[in-house]
Design a protein around this ligand. Structure first.
Ligand code: UD1
Length: 396
């Protein structure tokens, strides 16, 4: 058997690992285990995703929690090394660009374990983003890189990575979306709206009659000017539609610390919700008129769903969502630009967009097949002998 250890750490990892774990289980040659570093730990940021995505409880939970990036990464590295010593996997698989991705790939590569990165090659060219550093580090050391969009191939070639270490496979996050879209749409809006964090006068929303919002990037929410920009964006949006804002813990804490919580909570027409489960959020996305966000993954999900997306960032590591999809960037990070774009979209001037190549629900199966072909170990007594001799030669 070829043993794969899959790493998850933060919310956007869970929906990427779920289809991979399913695809690995379909291959009799593969044994798939999950390690959760614990970067995200709240029930609403972590456990609910395991339940909804049908993931088993992680085989290891490192319980690292919050803290500075150095604290998180250093603790993950120490604990992950112990897991790898115990498990002795044949492959480590990391996804995305969170702290767990970079920390675990360093440990695994240093221990001589073939390490693969899913969602490789994305670059925002903005090194002030912690994720950009995680992406560059991870891609530069991993053995095999699985790419979601064409720009990934170009970026990796520019960085000198040989093409035989790169496969263009599509997008595992879209695998999850396709797998769960029908189930998500079975949720009633009323069941999602039942725990608002403010006191909206009317909590009734209907399909294509609301704007959905998320914001959590440090650049937008760790500065008072960023929080004030968010207040202006919401005030402008509620003139036209109700706004549903699923608020990330970082953003909530920062509004409170900056003394702006009451300003936010009292905006008429705003419904403030805690972080949502995967299915509830998919329902909210699929039925929104428009989404305003600074998330990475939501740019891709809205492109797939054909929902207009205004991304409150001036760069994106996912340019296909602008070139082919429904995403717009806000180059000057000005609430006024958001208002102008928003009003154009509400007047029916949204671009239609098309679904990028290979975003077809098959990405995880492609990855599983490549892994079996490249790293699959042979079965039976003769296979075991060959595998042992390969191991001895690589240890020598
Ligand atoms: C992390 C990822 C980011 C991803 C985002 C999705 C990195 C560098 N960043 O950012 O790429 O888009 O997750 O959410 O890995 N907190 C809780 N409960 C939790 C988790 C976090 O209250 O379950 C609070 C803590 O105060 C924590 C803060 O949120 O300090 C920020 O969490 P952290 O994991 O450091 O970064 P994110 O902003 O979530």
């Amino acid at each position: 058997m070829t043993k794969i250890v899959n790493v998850v750490g933060a919310r956007p990892n869970f929906m990427k690992i779920a289809p991979l774990h399913r695809a690995f289980q379909k291959k009799p040659q593969l044994e798939s285990k999950i390690v959760h570093t614990g970067q995200h730990y709240d029930q609403k940021m972590s456990d609910i995703f395991f339940d909804q995505l049908g993931l088993p409880q992680p085989h290891y939970h490192l319980g690292v929690g919050g803290g500075s990036h150095t604290f998180q990464k250093a603790n993950v590295m120490l604990k992950f090394e112990q897991v790898l010593k115990e498990e002795q996997p044949n492959i480590v698989l990391v996804v995305g660009d969170v702290n767990a991705t970079a920390a675990c790939s360093i440990v695994s590569v240093k221990m001589g374990i073939p390490t693969v990165h899913v969602e490789a090659g994305l670059r925002s060219e903005d090194r002030s983003m912690p994720e950009e550093i995680n992406r560059i580090l991870t891609d530069s050391i991993c053995d095999h890189l699985f790419v979601t969009e064409h720009s990934g191939l170009i970026n990796l070639a520019k960085e000198g990575i040989p093409s035989n270490r790169v496969s263009f496979v599509g997008n595992v996050m879209i695998d999850s979306l396709l797998h769960f879209r029908k189930k998500a749409n079975q949720f009633a809006f009323s069941s999602i709206m039942n725990q608002p964090l403010n006191k909206p006068t009317d909590m009734h929303i209907a399909s294509k009659e609301y704007i959905l919002m998320t914001m959590h990037r440090p650049h937008n929410v760790d500065r008072k000017e960023g929080l004030q920009a968010i207040l202006s964006i919401i005030a402008n949006a509620t003139v036209h539609k109700k706004v549903v804002f699923a608020i990330h813990p970082r953003t909530l804490n920062n509004f409170k610390k900056a003394g702006l919580w009451a300003n936010l909570a009292s905006i008429e027409g705003l419904i403030l919700l805690p972080p949502q489960g995967y299915l509830q959020f998919l329902k909210l996305m699929d039925n929104a008129t428009l989404i305003i966000t600074d998330s990475g993954g939501i740019q891709e999900e809205t492109t797939f769903l054909g929902v207009p997306c205004l991304t409150f960032r001036d760069t994106t590591e996912r340019p296909i969502t602008v070139e082919l999809g429904t995403n717009f960037l806000m180059e000057d990070l000005n609430p006024e630009t958001v208002r102008i774009q928003m009003e154009a979209i509400l007047k029916g001037k949204a671009k239609k967009g098309i679904i990028p190549p290979f975003w077809d629900g098959q990405a995880a199966d492609r990855i599983a097949s490549i892994i079996v072909k490249k790293y699959g170990r042979l079965g039976g007594i003769i296979g075991e002998q060959i595998n042992r001799s390969i191991q001895e030669r690589s240890a020598a």
